[in-house]
Design a protein around this ligand. Structure first.
Ligand code: HPA
Ligand code: ZN
Length: 334
């Protein structure tokens, strides 16, 4: 039995496995610029975040109907559950679909259909977090939030993703203020490729409660002290960091250091179909590469539930935390 955990940094579009991509392409009459799944997998050699994003947005062409989004999310939830995920807070990128003529309602209703039965089917509770593309304009982000207003009962929070460098958090001050007024929780990618100052800005200007990635916080000791003091969760994605060349090899990942200084680190998969593994695979990979023991793995699992947006269901959080405390590590369990 895998260690119970929450996944807090997961782009649903990043769970599009090559097999599903080709099945949806055939169903929707979309021609992909790859001969087969093998040729597509061959293209997963990324040099940086942008080289990944180009392929990631391109492959979304196959996602057209609500059923496509339902199938995508259902497949993720089944695979995640098999790796111990008990709760998932799932990102989606509405602008990437609206730009292709897919209505935001189609995306949200399609995802919601899968999420609504995830508890019964897979024993996984869920939340949805709508991300703004930071390489699009602030006006586009505001228009997207406006378009989402009929569906706000399905959305727990907002996030910020896509190409980071050159698109600092402050660009999105207005839309985050509006999101706060609407009662939405706030997170943002910061410090993945961008500098530690973007992490500060996300906290100070956008009022975020968690930092997605936050890898580069260690470059700023005062910032680290603040993150530790305020218990700001970092949603780290180790296999993603290696695949997108933020770090050279997993053995160099600062996760152990981060736990050592008291940062509230969590481990997540980001875009598992592209980066070589789901969240349990990420746990296993850092366990092996960094020599993490049961105490550290349990801390990571505990952190994932403490950092999750379960304030509306504290009884559930307590149940999940009790599962973590009761977990018995077998040989190599993660
Ligand atoms: N970083 C930024 N934007 C993203 C990512 C990522 O790792 N995955 C999907 N959108
Ligand atoms: Zn991400």
């Amino acid at each position: 039995m895998p260690l119970p955990k929450a996944e807090l940094h997961l782009h649903i579009e990043g769970t599009l496995e090559p097999e599903l991509a080709f099945a949806l392409a055939a169903r929707n009459g979309v021609t992909l610029p790859y001969a087969d799944t093998e040729a597509l997998r061959e293209a997963y050699r990324f040099s940086d975040l942008q080289s990944f994003l180009d392929l990631y947005y391109g492959l979304m062409a196959v996602l057209r109907t609500a059923e496509d989004f339902t199938e995508l999310a259902d497949g993720y939830l089944e695979r995640a559950a098999a790796q111990g995920v008990r709760h998932a807070e799932i990102f989606f990128d509405p602008q990437a679909h609206m730009a292709r003529g897919v209505a935001i309602g189609t995306v949200i209703e399609g995802l919601a259909a899968a999420l609504d039965r995830a508890e019964e089917r897979y024993g996984v509770s869920t939340r949805l977090i709508m991300c703004f593309l930071r390489d699009e304009s602030a006006e586009s982000a505001l228009a997207t939030l406006d378009a989402a207003k009929p569906y706000l009962d399905r959305i727990t929070g907002v996030g910020l993703d896509s190409a980071e460098v050159g698109h600092p958090p402050a660009k999105f001050r207005a839309v985050y203020e509006e999101a706060a007024r609407l009662g939405l929780r706030r997170v943002a990618h910061a410090g993945e490729e961008g500098p530690a100052s973007y992490i500060r800005e996300a906290l100070d200007v956008l009022g975020v409660e968690r930092i997605d990635h936050g890898l580069r916080c260690l470059e700023d000791p005062d910032l680290v002290s603040r993150l530790v003091r305020d218990r700001v969760p970092l949603t780290l994605c180790p296999l993603s960091n290696v695949r997108l060349r933020a770090i050279d090899v997993l053995e160099d990942h600062p996760l152990r250091t981060m736990l050592g200084v008291g940062l509230m680190a969590t481990v997540n998969s980001d875009d598992p179909a592209y980066f070589g593994g789901y969240v349990g695979d990420n746990f296993g990979a850092v366990r092996d590469a960094l020599g993490l023991g049961p105490d550290e793995l349990r801390t990571l699992a505990r952190n994932s539930f403490l950092a999750s947006f379960l304030e509306d269901d504290e009884a559930r959080r307590e149940r999940y935390l009790a599962e973590v405390e009761a977990y018995e590590f077998g040989a190599g369990g993660a």
